[in-house]
Design a binder for this molecule. Structure first.
Ligand SMILES: *[C@@H]1O[C@H](CO)[C@@H](O)[C@H](O)[C@H]1NC(C)=O
Ligand SMILES: *[C@@H]1O[C@H](CO)[C@@H](O)[C@H](O)[C@H]1NC(C)=O
Length: 351
């Protein structure tokens, strides 16, 4: 605590000493005021530069996965955003800052005041865990990898640091990169679609044509599992794609399986008249009333009154369900291979 106070006052002193300079607060990349413009991580110009200017682990990997049961059928989902050393070495397994190892990322993000509407839905949809516990997955990715993004260190923002802005920026940046580097579209644009056995060389060619650099494409037992895109980061916070260090483990024709059954593209799910039914039936009089049209289903939005209540997005055919957490509906999903079944107006099970 004493150390933090000293660090904070040093940061304030540094800021006031250079207060005549224009402040460049990039939402993705809080940067020190004294950083040189346009320096790229992992280049000779970045050697010895302050870790607040460019990431000191300056090779950053966007890892997208292709996993049946996760996300929309026509999108890759996120595994993580991983800082590596410039030669491709991994960071410490326990992360880079023990003081910011967290196990409650879901709560921290939901409570972050500047998170845009729909942020948690986007995270739940595109960064979901095949084990079914998104908070545990996010907490692991943040603690092991997010704490190693040196530019996000609270001390880089000095007195303007807001609690959990480092956490928020890490997840926001990763979501934005996934959206920008949409591998499904790139492959599909080259005629490579799920449900086929494409030549992995053709996948490399398609990605290189789209981004100017190749990716690492990984398989598990000949089935596409992950695609890793490599970036360097410049001192303005921009992620610049660079060549993958290795082509990955896929060889020749591989399986690019269709995601089956459990996936409902979120764009096709609209708020429906069932929106408030689950919360409206939380009183004892309501639960004793027969519901002639069957149990509620459909994605739920906005406020809810029964914490812990769950409603299937589509009974018996989608793995997704809405869950009432701290007064707000969030999208969650069953473990891979399971789908959601409605039990009562406010409870479901995965099977
Ligand atoms: C292997 O991939 C090529 C190119 O994508 C494709 O034309 C061919 O049909 C594939 N072979 C098999 C056995 O799927
Ligand atoms: C949910 O789906 C299951 C299996 O498809 C079905 O047996 C059950 O009646 C459905 N429940 C409701 C409330 O529609």
């Amino acid at each position: 605590m004493k150390f933090l106070t000293i660090a904070a006052s040093l940061a304030v002193a540094t800021l006031s000493a250079v207060s005549a300079l224009p402040v460049n607060m990039n939402a993705f990349q809080p940067r020190a005021l004294t950083c040189p413009a346009d320096v790229l991580s992992c280049t000779s110009a970045s050697a010895g530069l302050d870790g607040c200017c460019v990431p000191s682990m300056g090779l950053i990997l966007l890892v997208q996965q292709w996993y049946n049961g996760l996300g929309p059928a026509d999108e890759f989902t996120i595994h993580g955003l991983w800082p590596d050393t410039c030669s491709g070495g991994q960071g410490p397994a326990t992360g880079c800052d023990a003081a910011r190892v967290y196990s409650d990322i879901d709560t921290r993000l939901r409570n972050y005041p500047a998170a845009p509407a729909g942020f948690m839905d986007e995270l739940n949809t595109y960064w979901s865990s095949y084990k079914g516990d998104n908070n545990a997955f996010w907490s692991h990715e943040w603690s092991k990898h997010g704490t190693c993004v040196s530019t996000l260190a609270p001390s880089c923002s000095g007195s303007s640091y807001v609690q959990d802005q480092d956490v928020f920026n890490y997840f926001q940046t990763t979501l934005a990169l996934r959206k920008q580097y949409n591998l499904y579209s790139v492959l599909s644009g080259a005629g490579i679609n799920p449900g086929s056995t494409p030549d992995s060389d053709d996948m490399h060619t398609a990605i290189k044509a789209a981004y100017g650099v190749d990716a690492q494409i990984n398989c598990a037992s000949g089935v596409l599992s992950e695609i890793w895109l490599f970036f360097k980061v410049n001192s303005a916070g921009a992620y610049v794609p660079v060549e993958a260090l290795t082509p990955g483990s896929c060889n020749g024709n591989i399986s690019y399986p269709a995601k089956s059954g459990s996936v409902v593209p979120t764009s096709s799910i609209k708020p429906s008249s069932t929106t408030t039914r689950a919360s409206a039936t939380s009183t004892s009089t309501a639960t004793s009333t027969a519901i002639p049209t069957g149990l509620p289903e459909g994605r739920q939005y906005g406020a809810c009154s029964t914490n812990g209540a769950t409603v299937c997005v589509k009974n018996g055919s989608s793995n997704q369900y809405s869950k009432c957490v701290s007064g707000t509906w969030i999208l969650n999903q069953c473990k891979s291979g399971l789908v959601c079944y409605s039990d009562t107006v406010t409870s479901t099970h995965c099977a």
